[in-house]
Design a protein around this ligand. Structure first.
Ligand code: AMP
Length: 223
């Protein structure tokens, strides 16, 4: 049975990188609702205005709007062999809707959470430095510039974003835990949740995710 894979993880867990690798391996699209919404927000329409305001305030777009968006997207031809979902579901009604759509379309829904210890996330995120000239992102621990504090490409003086200071990061991570907990319980309750260790090299983490996906594909799906 082809699967819809819900990939979850806090900022700094490497979710985006892993989603891309998995999409290539499985030959399925990544459906990132944040990206779809940002695109819709550019439109000069009532829906565009609503989404802009909601995203700017950091609130969630209402479930009924999300339902329409996800239904449309999953109905596209490229999802026939499954997909990877990034940023959806974010609420229990959304998770239930996804199960319904999965049943309608003959897909199993499985969730993977990439776990990284809090202190390591803090280190990864607080090490981030951005060039104000070209926007290149460095990390003093994992991707340092050749000369400390200076952009390799244009010599710009690297900056720390105001939301990358430890207090702001702690806050974001706590919010993620709070919002994700009900979803983790939802998938755990129906034995569809796998936790993957997100520490170590990118390829190491990917091998863990890949073997979880292969094992899950061999099992019957139960909702
Ligand atoms: P993201 O890029 O996933 O961090 O999403 C950016 C913003 O888009 C969020 O802060 C929400 O305002 C909105 N958003 C993305 N996905 C959803 C979703 N599944 N439900 C409601 N709002 C969402």
């Amino acid at each position: 049975m082809p699967d819809m894979i819900v990939l979850m993880g806090p900022q700094g867990a490497g979710k985006g990188t892993q989603a891309e690798k998995l999409a290539v391996q499985l030959g399925v699209p990544i459906i990132a609702t944040g990206d779809i919404l940002r695109k819709l927000a550019e439109a000069d329409s009532e829906l565009g205005r609503q989404i802009r305001e909601t995203q700017n305030d950091g609130r969630l777009v209402p479930d009924d709007v999300m339902a329409k968006i996800i239904r449309d997207r999953l109905g596209k031809g490229d999802c026939q062999r499954g997909c990877i979902l990034d940023g959806f579901p974010r609420t229990i009604p959304q998770a239930k809707l996804l199960d319904e759509l999965g049943t309608e379309q003959g897909f199993g829904v499985r969730a993977i959470i990439i776990s990284v210890p809090r202190d390591m996330l803090l280190k990864r995120l607080s090490g981030r430095r951005t060039c104000p000239v070209c926007g290149t992102i460095y990390n003093i621990y994992t991707r340092p510039s050749k000369v400390d504090g200076v952009c390799d490409l244009d010599g710009g003086k690297l900056l720390t974003r105001s939301d990358d200071i430890p207090e702001a990061i702690e806050k974001r991570l706590a919010l993620f835990d709070e919002m994700t907990k009900p979803l983790l319980d939802y998938y755990k309750g129906s034995r569809r949740l796998s936790e993957v260790d997100g520490t170590g090299e990118i390829n190491e983490v990917f091998n863990r995710i890949s073997s979880v996906v292969q094992r899950a594909a061999a099992l019957p799906s139960e909702v």
